[in-house]
Structures are given as structure tokens and as C-alpha cells.
Write a protein that binds this ligand. Structure first.
Ligand SMILES: Cc1cc2nc3c(=O)[nH]c(=O)nc-3n(C[C@H](O)[C@H](O)[C@H](O)COP(=O)(O)OP(=O)(O)OC[C@H]3O[C@@H](n4cnc5c(N)ncnc54)[C@H](O)[C@@H]3O)c2cc1C
Ligand code: FES
Length: 345
């Protein structure tokens, strides 16, 4: 019989305790026990789970030095998604959010079937799957999907949580992408998949009257659409601005859907920003990178109330957006984001 060695983990300053098995990361142990901690990629790439080791023996697994600098390792900082414990440990959470802890949903694995794949643009696909039993999630969260052959990637739901059994995803196709290229090549309706989740902390916070900003690019549309649809279904009223970065008009999609939402939400604007529209005399909308367009709007709009901002997409885009939000008075604890970091191969 295999004996599993477990250790106690105590999180400060919240005083929450849990156990971790040897060989399991602290973050996975938290997911298993329904304890929601700040996280993003789960792969040592994004730094969202950075914390401080106060006491105990640990091993830090291979991670990106962008996520945790060597100088931070020397001062006892760790990444929870890359930490194995070898004794009881005490960890100080640097980013903790009581709302997040209160709303945690235990992570589970679901059998799924591929239902439909649709071309939205030349390099964006919509994937629809049906899972064996409804998944409870918050709008903006993601699951890890495994396809036949074993490739697993993170994808954010594009549908609102009201339909937890039929899940849609907006996926960018990369040349030779182990998952995304298979959408055009080998994957077909009826294929058996696995979806594990829900993960992610960039989910809609409810009951807030101030303006809501949604900022994304490419397949970052996926979780932002889920948040927007969930907001629409909630009946809540607040100003909503959706800034969407793309290169040319060819990269835009779902435009009719946003026009229909505008008719239902009294103070909603979808603001596409094109970064490569110089030669396009027919484009009457915003030009420039999405963070530049965001900066111009934040200066010219006279918003009342505290702003909540949600941003999803490629890491460089998020890195450009965060300072614009902060310089325009959006409080750091009202900024929620998911960096779509590439998977570690
Ligand atoms: C929290 C989270 C949520 C995500 N949600 C979504 C989502 O809703 N929709 C979506 O399309 N993707 C999302 N991603 C990214 C997704 O998980 C995959 O990384 C992406 O689809 C590429 O996987 P692949 O197997 O096709 O490519 P891979 O085989 O992993 O990579 C092939 C090549 O493609 C290029 N590449 C891959 N990913 C990137 C990248 N992010 N930026 C630049 N070049 C890259 C690289 O050159 C790489 O060598 C998310 C990632 C995270 C961490
Ligand atoms: S570095 Fe741990 S969740 Fe991204």
C-alpha cells in the first residue's frame, strides 16, 4: 500500500489552513480542497500566485524568471503553482481577495464531446463542446481542455455561466500550434475531450454601480464576451465600454452581436481599435493600439463612480494596458486580468 505523506499549509494573514500531499503543488492542493488563491497560468509563467514563504521546507520547481526573479527567490518569495512542500509550511499571501476566497468553486474533471467548430476570422475559431454534467463557473473563468492525443491547453469560456453544459470558446490559431492547429486539421464533431476547471480569478464582480471596462484583443474576446453576456442577463445597469484591439477590419467579428447588445444595454459602447488601418480609407473607427485608444477615452469620458476593469489577451497587450488604467485612477484591486501565456512544452 502506498503511503501518501501530507503536510499542513497555513496561509497568513487570512489564517486559512489546508493540507498538501508530497509531490503535489500548493496551488493544486488548494484547487482540490476548494480554496481559491490568486493565480493565472498555473505554469510558473505569469507571477499571479507569487507569495512569501514564512516558515518550512519547500522545493521550487522550474519556472520563468519573468514570473519570479532570482532576487525575489533570495528574499523567500515563491510561486504557489511551482511549490512542493517537504514539511508543514506557513505562507504569506501577497495578493488575496476576500471576494475570490468566498466564491471559490472546487476544480473537477468533466468528460466532454466536441460539437462544432466555426471560422470566425482567418485565424480565430469558435469551439463548442458539451460536457457530461453542468460546470459551475463565474463569467470570465477558464478550463483546461485535453484533446485526443493528450495535448492540454487553457481556454476561457465565451458563454455565460447560465449554460454550464454547452461551453463555447474563442480560440486563436497559431501555425503549428499543438492545440489550435488541430481545430482545422484533425478535430471533428463527436471527438471525446476532457475539460478540467473552473480556474481563473478574472471573473465578473457583481452588484457594482460604477463603469465596467472590458479590454482585450484577439481571442481575449472569449472571457470578455462571457462577462458581458452575464452582465446583460443580470439586469444590472452600469456604463460598459468594450475596447477591442485588432490589426485590420478582417480581424473583427461578432459585430452584429455587439450591435444587438447596444440596443439592450442603455450605456454600452463596443470600441474596436485597429493598429494597422493606415491604408484603410473606409475605416471610420479608432486607430492605434488598444491601450492608446483606452488612454484617450479615459481622458475624455467623464465617468462617475469606481471603475472595474477586466482585461484578457496576449501578455504584452496586458502589460501595456495596466499602467494606463492605473495612471487614470483605476484602483489596482479593481483591475482583473488574465494573461494568455503560451503553454510550457
Ligand atoms: C489563463 C489562460 C487563458 C487562456 N484562454 C485562451 C482563450 O480563451 N483563447 C485562446 O485562443 N487562447 C487562450 N489561452 C492560450 C492557450 O492556452 C494556448 O496557449 C494557445 O491556444 C496556444 O496553444 P497551441 O497548442 O495552439 O500552441 P503551442 O503548440 O503551445 O505553441 C505553438 C507556437 O505558437 C506560438 N504561440 C503559442 N501561444 C502563443 C501566445 N500566447 N502568444 C504568442 N505566440 C504563441 C509560439 O510560437 C509557439 O511556439 C489562454 C492561456 C491562459 C494561460
Ligand atoms: S506563475 Fe503561478 S499561476 Fe502563473
Amino acid at each position: 500500500m502506498t503511503v501518501i505523506t501530507t503536510h499542513k499549509v497555513r496561509f497568513e494573514p487570512v489564517g486559512v489552513e489546508m493540507e498538501v500531499e508530497e509531490g503535489e503543488t500548493v496551488l493544486d492542493a488548494a484547487f482540490r480542497q476548494g480554496i481559491s488563491l490568486a493565480h493565472g497560468c498555473k505554469e510558473g509563467q505569469c507571477s499571479s500566485c507569487k507569495s512569501l514563504l514564512l516558515d518550512g521546507d519547500i522545493e521550487l520547481l522550474k519556472h520563468s524568471t519573468f514570473a519570479l526573479l532570482e532576487s525575489e527567490r533570495d528574499t523567500g518569495h515563491i510561486l504557489l503553482c511551482k511549490t512542493h512542500a517537504y514539511s508543514d509550511v506557513t505562507i504569506e499571501l501577497l495578493n488575496f481577495d476576500e471576494d475570490l476566497m468566498r466564491r471559490s468553486i472546487p476544480v473537477k474533471s468533466y468528460d466532454a464531446e466536441l460539437v462544432h467548430i466555426e471560422h470566425l476570422t482567418h485565424d480565430i475559431r469558435r469551439l463548442d463542446i458539451e460536457i457530461s454534467k453542468p460546470l459551475k463557473f463565474w463569467a470570465g473563468q477558464y478550463v483546461d481542455i485535453t484533446i485526443p492525443g493528450g495535448v492540454t491547453r487553457a481556454f476561457s469560456m465565451a458563454n455565460p455561466p447560465s449554460d454550464g453544459q454547452k461551453l463555447s470558446f474563442i480560440i486563436k490559431k497559431y501555425p503549428q500550434g499543438a492545440f489550435s492547429a488541430a481545430l482545422d486539421d484533425s478535430l471533428k464533431p463527436g471527438d471525446k475531450l476532457t475539460a478540467k476547471g473552473p480556474y481563473g480569478t478574472c471573473f465578473r464582480r457583481e452588484g457594482r454601480p460604477g463603469p465596467m471596462l472590458l479590454i482585450g484583443g484577439g481571442s481575449g474576446m472569449s472571457p470578455l464576451r462571457s462577462i458581458l453576456m452575464d452582465h446583460l442577463e443580470s439586469g444590472e445597469q452600469r456604463p460598459v465600454r468594450f475596447f477591442y484591439g485588432a490589426r485590420t477590419q478582417e480581424d473583427l467579428f461578432n459585430l452584429e452581436e455587439f450591435a444587438a447588445i447596444k440596443a439592450k444595454l442603455p450605456d454600452f459602447k463596443f470600441i474596436p481599435a485597429l493598429s494597422m488601418a493606415d491604408g484603410d480609407a473606409h475605416w471610420a473607427g479608432e486607430r492605434g493600439f488598444v491601450h492608446e485608444v483606452l488612454a484617450r477615452h479615459l481622458k475624455s469620458e467623464n465617468f462617475a463612480g469606481e471603475i472595474d476593469a477586466y482585461s484578457c489577451g496576449p501578455p504584452p497587450m496586458i502589460d501595456a494596458i495596466l499602467p494606463v488604467l492605473q495612471m487614470n485612477g483605476v484602483e489596482p484591486d479593481h483591475i482583473y486580468f488574465d494573461k494568455f501565456t503560451p503553454a510550457v512544452r
